[in-house]
Design a protein around this ligand. Structure first.
Ligand SMILES: Nc1ncnc2c1ncn2[C@@H]1O[C@H](COP(=O)(O)OP(=O)(O)OP(=O)(O)O)[C@@H](O)[C@H]1O
Length: 569
């Protein structure tokens, strides 16, 4: 048999097929510490089980004292979990989203009950709310007594379990980011609607996790309860206190009650985590794109990839007497932009990486506040920093469509598209009818009742486009909408977009000459944070672009049909 050439790959001999692993990205050795951890947790339970006397178990569990203790434990643990949600959710959410003075101190304070021995927590509560303490004494004088009551048990449980709620919500909020809330606001939803229809549903897993942890911690709470609430049967003696009480006189009873506590805790944790909407891992290969196969439009007058006679378009521009004018200065990012655009019409914004294009969009939507600036759309002043007019995101009528469609994962497709209409006051029926019509127009009407994770990346992008267009925004911001598409799909989708933006006002960030020739009426070149050149399509003059001359000349050279630039150049 000839020796294999070092330069040529040889057909390798047939090998026995490798055993498929569930995830080849995960190192196998991780199973060793995982197994150790599971054994470490499981062995003491088995140890305890081995000491159980099955015959006495039933009598122990059904004894009056045990029943009272269990009832009290469940009642107080559920109540403290609910209180922890009500207090801990806003705390964790604000910690993750709004920087405020003393934030680090607050965070340290919240974690304090985790490191304090529970007895110390109980003493702290006693010296604050006890009968002879300042606050407790005041309450006592008006006939309210906390110490040694069931309320004291709940207070002790909330004190030690609150950190779990705050940390769960803070982590969930930080992981979610602000993009869904910002998208909802751009579609016109006011803060309360965003909070109740987007924020809360999307954070529900964090809330459930926090509540379960709070419940579990409260169920096992012992030291703080004993110190602050004492051990009165039926009033403050919870299950852990009852177990502690009987452990000397009747170890079998202590074991039986412990088992009961474990079984109930495990059952409740399992039930709480069996949510039908539990988060699922998404395929890392799903890339949101603007179309998987762009729909065709029968009555489009833009043929051949959206090319339009530039002369006709520039005449339109000359006649247009209404303008969009935007001035934005943001020193921290070196941005000082002043641009105008025809109304209606599409202005393409091009420029090198880091020139300031995305920053402009962030300011226009209201996600970023500039040092100074003004935006006028026709006669309407959307914002003007000089006179202190800086409306919230939901009040601008500007919708930003980026490469990532940011569909709300907890709503089906039709509800996603109806979202903005509902926020503007449409009835559910009306909103759904209009949403369905827009989805049909974009060729994704059949997806109406699916969840966003059950549509392809291209369909998701068209759904996002439908959601943006159906609210008839004053200004549509398109940020490289075709960049993630493969070439064939991009050509078709460009036609779709060109058709849809006709008669609307849009700004389009792009690096692609074809996007400009197909969709734009005018072009703005941004160079080092300033507008280097601005001209209608067909009259672009690289020589007039100052520092941007070279960039613009090379852009024009990529325009095979010679549509963009002044042909006399
Ligand atoms: N989150 C941020 N914090 C601070 N500076 C930023 C941030 N994002 C961008 N910048 C800076 O602001 C300037 C403008 O960036 P911007 O993202 O607006 O550019 P761009 O033209 O959109 O670039 P690209 O084409 O790469 O998207 C750059 O100097 C950039 O480094």
């Amino acid at each position: 048999m000839p020796a294999p050439s070092p330069n040529r790959p040889e057909a390798s001999p047939p090998r026995a097929p490798r055993r498929r692993r569930s995830d080849s990205l995960i190192p196998g050795w991780l199973w060793a510490p995982t197994g150790l951890g599971i054994a470490f947790l499981l062995l003491p339970i088995i140890g305890m089980l081995s000491r159980v006397d099955p015959q006495s178990l039933l009598a122990v569990i059904t004894a009056e004292e045990s029943r009272l203790a269990m009832q009290l434990s469940l009642l107080t643990s559920v109540t403290s979990a609910i209180i922890s949600v009500l207090i801990g959710f806003p705390l964790g959410y604000l910690l993750a989203t709004r920087p405020f003075p003393g934030q680090r101190i607050v965070r340290t304070l919240i974690l304090l009950p985790l490191v304090l021995p529970p007895v110390v927590s109980g003493l702290a509560l006693l010296y604050t709310w006890g009968r002879s303490a300042i606050l407790g004494g005041g309450l006592e004088s008006v006939g309210l007594s906390l110490a040694y009551t069931t309320s004291a048990v709940i207070m002790a449980q909330v004190f030690v379990s609150l950190p779990f709620m705050v940390m769960s919500v803070e982590t969930a909020t930080a992981g979610l980011g602000r993009r869904y809330e910002l998208t909802a606001a751009e579609l016109g939803a006011k803060p309360n609607r965003v909070f109740f229809t987007v924020t809360l549903p999307l954070l529900r897993h964090g809330i459930i996790t926090g509540a379960v942890l709070c419940f579990a911690r409260s169920l096992g709470e012992f030291g703080a309860t004993l110190t602050f609430a004492g051990s009165l049967s039926g009033v403050t003696r919870t299950m852990p206190l009852q177990i502690y009480l009987v452990r000397e006189s009747d170890p079998q009873a202590a074991i039986g009650l412990s088992l009961l506590l474990i079984v109930i805790a495990v059952l409740i944790i399992i039930l709480a985590y069996r949510s039908p909407h539990a988060p699922r891992l998404k395929s890392p290969h799903t890339t949101p794109t603007l179309a998987e196969a762009a729909p065709r439009f029968a009555n489009t007058d833009r043929q051949h990839g959206g090319e339009v006679n530039p002369e006709t378009r520039s005449q339109d521009r000359v006649r247009a007497d209404q303008r969009i004018s935007a001035e934005v200065r943001l020193n921290a990012r070196g941005i000082d932009l002043d641009l105008t655009s025809v109304l209606p019409g599409t202005t393409a914004i091009i420029g090198r990486n880091g020139a300031g294009k995305s920053t402009l969009f962030q300011v226009l939507t209201g996600a970023l506040t500039p040092d100074s600036g003004r935006l006028r759309i026709g006669d309407d002043t959307v914002f003007d920093i000089a006179v202190g007019h800086w409306p919230p995101v939901h009040d601008r009528g500007i919708v930003h469509l980026a490469q990532n469609p940011v569909l709300f994962p907890h709503l089906n497709v039709i509800d996603n598209v109806s979202f903005g209409l509902r926020a503007h006051g449409s009835t559910r029926n009306d909103a759904q009818k209009r949403a369905q019509a827009m989805l049909d127009r974009l060729g994704v009407g059949q997806c109406a009742n699916r969840r966003p994770d059950a549509v392809s990346g291209g369909q998701a992008a068209r759904i996002a486009l439908a959601r943006a267009l159906v609210v008839e925004p004053k200004l549509l911001l398109l940020d490289e909408p075709l960049a993630a598409l493969d070439v064939d799909v991009a050509v078709e989708t460009r036609e779709v977009l060109a058709e849809l933006v006709q008669g609307r006002s849009a700004l389009l960030i792009t690096h692609d000459v074809d996007d400009v020739t197909a969709m734009a009426d005018s072009l703005v070149l941004v160079e080092n944070g300033t507008v280097a050149h601005s001209a209608p399509v067909g009259q672009i003059d690289p020589e007039a672009a100052g520092e941007g001359t070279e960039f613009l000349a090379s852009f024009c050279m990529r325009d095979r049909d010679g549509i963009l630039c002044n042909q006399s150049q």
